[in-house]
Design a protein around this ligand. Sequence first.
Ligand SMILES: [Zn+2]
Ligand SMILES: [Zn+2]
Ligand SMILES: [Zn+2]
Length: 87
Amino acid sequence: MKVTIKEWNAVASWRWDMPEDDVCGICRVQFDGTCPTCKYPGDDCALLNGQCGHSFHMHCLLTWIQQDASKGLCPMCRQKFEWKKSE
Ligand SMILES: [Zn+2]
Ligand SMILES: [Zn+2]
Ligand SMILES: [Zn+2]
């Protein structure tokens, strides 16, 4: 197996230096922005990190979870959504 440095650089050059799921899975806005219902980022529009590894704006997730269709599941992977409580 031979992989040249040149090829590695070519691959690395187009990849963003951040994970692909750096956007809210519900509204598709980046996490350093706010959900569609908020104007300012910050504690009022916190992020919820699910045990399944998916993260959402708090407001987006709450809107989703209140729908009967959600059944309390993560909208991305359909596992039961439980978020890691942070202080
Ligand atoms: Zn969102
Ligand atoms: Zn919000
Ligand atoms: Zn998930």
